[in-house]
Write a protein that binds this ligand. Structure first.
Ligand SMILES: Cc1ncc(COP(=O)(O)O)c(C=O)c1O
Length: 459
């Protein structure tokens, strides 16, 4: 049978000669990068220079060396770390994934480094299709953008226009929605908006509290209070279905259903911020893991997507002029984002028995067994899939920081989340292997024992 002629919309990486050339380049780059390492003195100097140039210290002394494999990444000083935080949840399929690198190399050899909304390329189309294919029956459109906060700004603008003149927004306590002036106001961290002007139209509702049997009732009462006080003026409510920066807090489906139903009755648009949950909870979107399709008006995604996106129902399509911008994303980001979605769908990652859900259960089991050995060092553990956290010791910020610093010395990268208590968060690649998990938990255990020894604490 004659081979069908490829069109400009077909992936160039599927052509054997193109793929082989990409493989050769990747091999050459990796061979060369693996040969390079800074001496400890040169590494310390580079760290100091980064800090001087950006005007403040790095959170951790880390400069990447350009090589990685799975959950492991090599730093510029030639040392290897097990990376269970992945640039705050960006490395969904880990480091140095050969297939993703091949897609990236081919995408980067084309005409446009970045793509805009004026003349989108094939990757824009592929990524848009891939996202909508997983978005359920109601979300019909997608608008691509660069960082998570861009997607959130677009979502908020669209819902405000749709509900104008209503201009009040409801969010959860402990929420995080990004760092523009507007999103800093929607984020429940006063320190993140110090000195910024506030519009005063954002109201907070408590998130689910597993320790309080009246939690749902309390949240509903406070939501009702806002809806009554600002009757007809509340445009939308933002939902982070698993609070990421707040400390990996999930909530049961019934909690969200009750609040979303109230929003529906009051004509308040439901916006789900999936910038961090995207590709981490079992389905591509957490609102689908929780079967909330019928309630959701718009959704934002980022991080693992390698760009960002706002997805919305037909009736939330904004009028011309409201949403635009030079960039829709980088060509490499779009190509890899589309490929990641394709692989998650085809390689058994999604669904209740998919690899992401199974990984979550394995991590929880390991936490349980660690807590049995170190009951004073491993406090409550929460999370879903590839988004997990625990409270170290008494949950004080200083002890959490000491554990994180010691983990780095032991070779494991993690990050803090939440406050009061301070937690330690894990956003590992969704393809983390059992061997990587075992190694990571052994390092975590060593770090907790060392901190207990050094601070003379029981563990
Ligand atoms: C839930 C949530 N929304 C929005 C953002 C902002 O995304 P970005 O930092 O890509 O702008 C983040 C980032 O951590 C997030 O976790």
């Amino acid at each position: 049978m004659a081979r069908k002629k490829a069109t400009p919309l077909d992936p160039l990486v599927a052509t054997p000669a193109v793929r082989e050339a990409a493989q050769a380049l990747i091999q050459a780059v990796q061979d060369e990068a693996a040969e390079r390492a800074l001496t400890p003195k040169a590494y310390a100097k580079a760290l100091k220079e980064v800090e001087r140039l950006r005007g403040r210290p790095l959170l951790f002394p880390l400069i990447a060396g350009g090589v990685g494999r799975g959950a492991r990444v090599w730093l510029a000083d030639g040392t290897m770390k097990l990376d269970f935080i992945g640039g705050i949840g960006v490395y969904g399929l880990g480091h140095g994934d050969t297939d993703l690198l091949e897609h990236a190399v081919v995408a980067s050899a084309q005409d446009a480094v970045f793509q805009g909304h004026l003349m989108p390329g094939p990757e824009y189309l592929r990524l848009s299709r891939a996202l909508l294919r997983h978005a359920g029956p109601h979300l019909k459109h997608v608008w691509l953008s660069v960082s998570g906060v861009d997607a959130n700004e677009n979502a908020l603008k669209m819902l405000l226009q749709k509900r104008a003149p209503a201009d009040h927004i409801i969010v959860f306590e402990r929420s995080f929605h990004g760092r523009t002036i507007t999103m800093a106001e929607l984020t429940d961290r006063p320190g993140f908006r110090e000195g910024l002007p506030l519009r005063g139209n954002v109201h907070f509702v408590p998130f689910h509290d597993p320790d309080n049997p009246q939690s749902l009732q309390r949240s509903l009462e406070i939501l009702d209070m806002h809806l009554k006080r600002y009757a007809g003026r509340v445009a939308g409510m933002a939902f982070e279905l698993v609070q990421g920066e707040g400390g990996c807090h999930p909530a049961p489906r019934e909690f969200f259903v009750a609040l979303m139903e109230r929003c529906r009755e009051a004509n308040v648009a439901v916006w789900v911020d999936e910038v961090q949950t995207f590709a981490r909870t079992g389905e591509l979107f957490a609102f689908r893991t929780l079967e909330l399709d019928d309630y959701v008006d718009r959704v934002t995604a980022g991080k693992v997507l390698q760009g960002s996106a706002t997805l919305y129902r037909r009736d939330f399509n904004p009028r011309p002029g409201l949403v635009a911008g030079t960039y829709a994303g980088s060509t490499v980001g779009m190509a890899i984002g589309a490929r990641i979605i394709e692989r998650l769908g085809e390689d058994g990652y999604l669904g209740p028995e998919g690899r992401i859900a199974v990984l979550g259960r394995r991590i929880q089991k390991r936490f349980e067994s660690l807590a049995r050995r170190l009951p004073k060092a491993v406090g409550p553990q929460t999370g879903v899939g590839a988004m997990q956290s625990f409270v170290p010791f008494d949950g004080s910020p200083d002890l959490a920081k000491a554990v994180l610093d010691t983990c780095i010395e032991e070779g494991l990268l993690l990050l803090a989340a939440g406050s009061n208590p301070s937690k330690i968060r894990m956003l590992p690649p969704v393809n983390t292997t059992d061997e990587e998990l075992e190694s990571g938990f052994a390092m975590l255990e060593k770090a907790l024992r060392r901190v207990a020894d050094e601070k003379e604490l029981p563990c």
